[in-house]
Ligand binder design. Structure first.
Ligand code: NAP
Length: 285
C-alpha cells in the first residue's frame, strides 16, 4: 500500500481492538478496488471517546468504525444520525460531513445482506432470537416489520421482555414475545429461524452452546450464529445434527464492513470483490 498526501484515512475506535479483522476487510478492499484509503485500529477508552471523535475530525479522517463499548455513547458526539441507527440506538460507522460525523448502523443491513446471500428470507418468518443484549435488540428491531412472529429467549428474561415491549410498541402489533431459555417447550409447534446472539460458544469457550438440550434443535430449520470464531460453533453443530441448516457470523462481519466502505467512498462494492475479501477473512480466522 502506497500512502501519500492524498490517502484517505479511516479507522476503528473501541476497546480492546487488538484482535479486530476490520483492517483486513478495509485494506483488502482498497487493494482490490485500487482506492487510496488506509485503515487502522485505535484503542480508545471510555473517558477518551469525545476527544477521539473530535480529534479524528480535526485530523481530516474520512470515517470511523465504532465498536464495543462505544456504540451507544458515541451518539452524543455526532452532528447527525441516520434513521435506522437512531431506531436501533447504536452506531458502528461514522461518515465525515459538515462540522462533524454522521452516524450509521451497518451491522443490521450487514446481517440482512449476509442472510440474503445465504438464501435466507425474513418476510413472514417465525424467528427465535437467543439473547437480549445490544445485538439481539438490534436484530429484533430490524425484524419487527419483516417477521411474522419473534420470540426472544434469554437467561435474564426481564431484558428480553423489555425488548419485546419496545418492539411491539414500535411495530404497532404483538410481534415479539419473551421467554427464559428453559421455557422453549412453550413455543408453538412450528420450525423456526434461530438467530444466536449471545457470547456463549465463542472462542475459547467453544464447548458451550446456549441451549444444550437436543430436543430444542428439532424446532430449528435454520440456525444463524452471529459468532464467527470458531467457524462452526457447538450451536451450529446441534442445529445440523437435528437436520437444520447452520451459518456463522463471518458474512455479517464482512457485509457490515463492506457497507461502511461503500458509505465512505460512495461506491457499490461488486460481489466478486466481496467474495475475495470473504475468502481472505476465512483464511485469517
Ligand atoms: P451483550 O450486549 O453483552 O449481550 C450478551 C448476551 O449474551 C445477553 O443476552 C446475555 O444474557 C447472554 N449471555 C452471556 N453469557 C451468557 C451465559 N453464560 N449464559 C447465558 N447467556 C449468556 O453482547 P452483544 O454486543 O449483543 O453481542 C452478542 C454476540 O453477537 C457476541 O457473540 C458477538 O460476538 C456477536 N456479534 C457478531 C457480530 C458480527 O459481525 N458477526 C457483530 C456484533 C456482535 P443476560 O442478558 O442474561 O446477561
Amino acid at each position: 500500500m502506497q500512502i501519500d498526501g492524498r490517502t484517505k484515512i479511516c479507522g476503528l475506535i473501541g476497546y480492546p481492538v487488538e484482535h479486530t479483522l476490520s483492517p483486513l476487510i478495509h485494506n483488502t478492499l482498497s487493494e482490490l478496488l485500487g482506492i487510496n484509503l488506509a485503515y487502522a485500529p485505535f484503542p480508545v477508552r471510555e473517558e477518551g471517546l469525545g476527544e477521539a471523535v473530535r480529534g479524528a475530525y480535526a485530523l481530516g479522517m474520512a470515517g470511523l468504525n465504532v465498536t464495543v463499548p462505544h456504540k451507544e455513547k458515541v451518539l452524543s458526539y455526532l452532528v447527525e444520525t441516520d434513521r435506522l441507527a437512531e431506531k436501533i440506538g447504536a452506531v458502528n460507522t461514522l461518515v465525515r460531513s459538515d462540522g462533524g460525523y454522521k452516524g450509521y448502523n451497518t451491522d443490521m443491513p450487514g446481517l440482512c445482506r449476509a442472510m440474503a446471500s445465504d438464501g435466507i428470507h425474513l418476510e413472514g418468518e417465525q424467528v427465535l432470537i437467543l439473547g437480549a443484549g445490544g445485538v439481539a435488540r438490534a436484530v429484533a428491531v430490524m425484524l419487527a416489520d419483516k417477521a411474522e412472529n419473534i420470540w426472544l429467549l434469554n437467561r435474564t428474561v426481564g431484558r428480553a421482555s423489555m425488548i419485546a415491549e419496545e418492539v411491539n410498541a414500535y411495530a404497532g402489533r404483538q410481534v415479539a414475545r419473551a421467554l427464559s431459555l428453559t421455557e422453549y417447550g412453550m413455543l408453538p409447534a412450528e420450525r423456526f429461524l434461530a438467530v444466536q446472539a449471545t457470547n456463549v460458544g465463542m472462542y475459547p469457550a467453544i464447548d458451550n452452546a446456549i441451549i444444550e438440550e437436543k430436543d430444542f434443535y428439532e424446532k430449528v430449520h435454520t440456525g444463524y450464529d452471529l459468532i464467527y470464531n470458531p467457524a462452526r460453533t457447538k450451536f451450529m453443530r446441534f442445529v445440523e445434527e437435528a437436520g437444520g441448516a447452520a451459518f456463522n457470523g463471518l458474512k455479517m462481519l464482512l457485509y457490515q464492513g463492506i457497507i461502511a466502505y461503500e458509505l465512505w467512498n460512495r461506491i457499490t462494492v461488486p460481489d466478486t470483490k466481496a467474495e475475495e475479501v470473504y475468502k481472505r477473512l476465512k483464511e485469517n480466522i
